[in-house]
Design a protein. Structure first.
Length: 287
C-alpha cells in the first residue's frame, strides 16, 4: 500500500513538474503588439532542411499591414481556415469536437481543428511534431496571443508568416509570385486560390492550379458569397485532371451564411486616420 502511495505521489510530482516547465518556458508574446517577428520556428526549420540537403535556403517575405491586405483575401482565408475566428478566444472547442468525431468515424486524421491563432502559435514558436506536450504548448501560446494581441493583429501576423510555397512566406510575397500584384489588389478568385493552397502549400500551386485546386477555389468562393467564375483550365490540363493525385487536405467546415463581401464576419474596423491608411503593426510576415 505504501509503495502504491509513493507511486501516486511520484506521478503527481512528475505531472506538476512537466506542467511547471511548460508554463515557465512559454514565450513572451507582448512584443508582437508592435514588432514584426524577424523569423519564425518554421522558417528556421526550412532553413535547416535546406542546409542538410546542401542547398541555400530560399526566403521571400514582404510584410504588408493589416489595413492594406485585400478584404477578399481576409474573407477567403477565414471561411477556409477558421470561420469562428472573431468569436473564439484562441481555441474553438466545438470545431475540435466535430473534427474528433469525423476522424473517429473515418479512422484516420482526415480533419484538424486548429484555429488561426493556434496555427500562428505553431508557426512562430513550435515544431510540426504532434506529441501531447507540443500540443499543450500550442494551446497555451494561442490563449496568450489572444490575451495580449488584438484579433486584427493576430490575423495580420498569420497572413504575413505562413508558407505559400517553397521559400514563399506571407501573402504579399505570394501575391507577387503567383499573380504579379500586391496583396492589396487581390480579387475574389485570386484570394480563393491562395486560401485553397494553405492546406498543402508545397503541393498546391495557385499560379498553376490543378483541377483539384480549382474545385477547392470554387467551393471557397461559394462560401464567400461570390459568383464562381467560369473555369479557365487549359484543355490538356482538363484531360489530365482525372488522373492527377489529390493531396490529402482538411475539408472545409460548415459555415454560416456569409455577411456582405465588403466586411469580415464579426469584425469592427475603425475608420482610417488621415493622411496614412490604418495599419496595425506596420510592417513584416503552416503546416
Amino acid at each position: 500500500m505504501r509503495k502504491f502511495g509513493r507511486a501516486i505521489l511520484a506521478l503527481f510530482g512528475i505531472g506538476f513538474g512537466c506542467a511547471a516547465y511548460v508554463y515557465l518556458t512559454l514565450p513572451d508574446v507582448r512584443g508582437l503588439r508592435t514588432i514584426n517577428p524577424p523569423t519564425t520556428a518554421f522558417m528556421e526549420l526550412r532553413a535547416r532542411q535546406a542546409h542538410a540537403k546542401g542547398e541555400v535556403p530560399r526566403r521571400d517575405q514582404r510584410w504588408i499591414g493589416y489595413a492594406r491586405i485585400s478584404q477578399n483575401l481576409k474573407r477567403a482565408v477565414l471561411v477556409t481556415e477558421d470561420s469562428a475566428f472573431w468569436q473564439h478566444e484562441g481555441i474553438d472547442f466545438e470545431q475540435m469536437r466535430e473534427s474528433m468525431e469525423i476522424n473517429w468515424e473515418r479512422m484516420q486524421l482526415a480533419r484538424g481543428g486548429s484555429t488561426i491563432t493556434q496555427q500562428l502559435a505553431k508557426n512562430l514558436y513550435l515544431s510540426p511534431s504532434k506529441n501531447p506536450i507540443r500540443k499543450i504548448r500550442e494551446f497555451l501560446i494561442a490563449r496568450r496571443l489572444e490575451a495580449e494581441l488584438s484579433k486584427q493583429r493576430i490575423l495580420e501576423l498569420y497572413l504575413n508568416v505562413i508558407e505559400w510555397g517553397d521559400g514563399i512566406y506571407g501573402v504579399e510575397a505570394a501575391a507577387r509570385t503567383y499573380f504579379r500584384k500586391s496583396a492589396a489588389d487581390l480579387d475574389g478568385q485570386e484570394s480563393a486560390l491562395l486560401a485553397a493552397a494553405i492546406a498543402n502549400p508545397h503541393v498546391l500551386n495557385p499560379g498553376r492550379p490543378s483541377a483539384y485546386l480549382r474545385r477547392r477555389e470554387a467551393m471557397i468562393m461559394r462560401r464567400m458569397g461570390a459568383k464562381t467564375p467560369p473555369p479557365v483550365i487549359a484543355a490538356p490540363l482538363m484531360q489530365a485532371a482525372p488522373t492527377d493525385p489529390i493531396p490529402a487536405v482538411q475539408p472545409l467546415p460548415d459555415l454560416p451564411a456569409p455577411g456582405p463581401p465588403t466586411t469580415l464576419p464579426g469584425e469592427v474596423i475603425p475608420p482610417p486616420k488621415p493622411p496614412d491608411p490604418k495599419g496595425r503593426g506596420g510592417g513584416a510576415g503552416n503546416p
